[in-house]
Write a protein that binds this ligand. Sequence first.
Ligand SMILES: [Zn+2]
Length: 429
Amino acid sequence: MATEPALLLTNIKQLVTLRGRTGPRRGHELNDLGILEDAAVLCAGGKIVSVGAMKEAAHDPWIKKSKKKLEEIDCSGKVVLPGFIDSHTHLIFAGPRLIDFEKRVAGASYEEIAEAGGGIRSSIAGVRKASVKELAAKALAALNQMAAQGTTTVEAKSGYGLSAEAELKSLEAVAEAARRWPGTVVPTLLGAHVVPPEFKGKPEKYVREVAEKMIPQAARKKLAQFVDVFCDRGALTLEDTERIFAAAQQHGLGVRAHLCQLTASQVWPLLRFKPASLDHMDRVGEEDITQLAKRETVVTLLPGANYFLGLKQYPDARRLIDAGVPVALATDYNPGTSPTTSMPFVLSLACTQMRMTPAEAIAAATINGAHALRLAGCKGSLEPGKDADLAIFDVGDFREIPYWVAPGRCWATMLSGQLTNLNRGSLSA
Ligand SMILES: [Zn+2]
């Protein structure tokens, strides 16, 4: 890192800093993007050194003091913002679920899809058969696609192995892909995705497998930072979730959950575990909203799943934001219900289907995503000392980021100080 030149991004038309607040953003705070016009950002050693007006940038005392080679990147006419934090992805799977896709389009039920050989069972079979190397290669390809669209930090879940061996293998694949990607990957154990076929009718036995085998092993091998549970109809119960959260805490891991996607459920019994994030939340009750508005737990909305399943109903972002609940946005990248790597597309859905403002969508996808992963101390806003994770969009106004639908306009991405220009070829060309 020390031999790399310092990078000075100059002539930025709009610099979206999101600076100057602590804690996850709520209510009107989501609209305060801290925009600087005609600005510059100086990065060195993987960190942001300074952020400011263009006319001051060339005289930054750091530049005079340091003998580092300085490379200038002209960002005329462009928007620079913190790299997106995709705080909910099922990164590890073996292949697309095309039977589901075709059958669902034709109107088949969940059960009919499963009978035809689709559904989560097909993903389980694929992951159990695959090697770490194969899974890691697929994960890395997806991470690169994400980076090409402005994402610099990705939460990556296991959850299609559903045996101690296959879940650990999935987390090893996450680690292997993370080693080869310059961005940041946050690994999550989702052993409690559904009860696998071998444990049919014996869910408590499977919960014990997760709590007593998978969690201790993942913690000991340092393969996971969080434990996630799919708490919903056809998956795990609230009691199962409490048991698994208790085991996660015992082993020093953070907790998060999939909740209220298919059916309404009480949220408050889980709040004592201080979850970093509760995700989906399409059907959350009024009492729980009041509780969540008082806490640091982020509610992560995943409209990609609603879109792909062809649902008319989307998470009620307005109700949550207006009540003061901190919300984040993520892709939910997965083969069954949200096969997209694109945060700009998710932002577009948030605006058009959930009536979030473009500013709210950007804050939810950056600083609040960082809070959802407990990384806000080093990511999610552009401030001196934070990680040099930036997205550069070839647009003159931040509102164009959710405006231009598929493909997006990401021009370059800086991951831990490393500039990649996947959409434009080499910078020196
Ligand atoms: Zn999910």
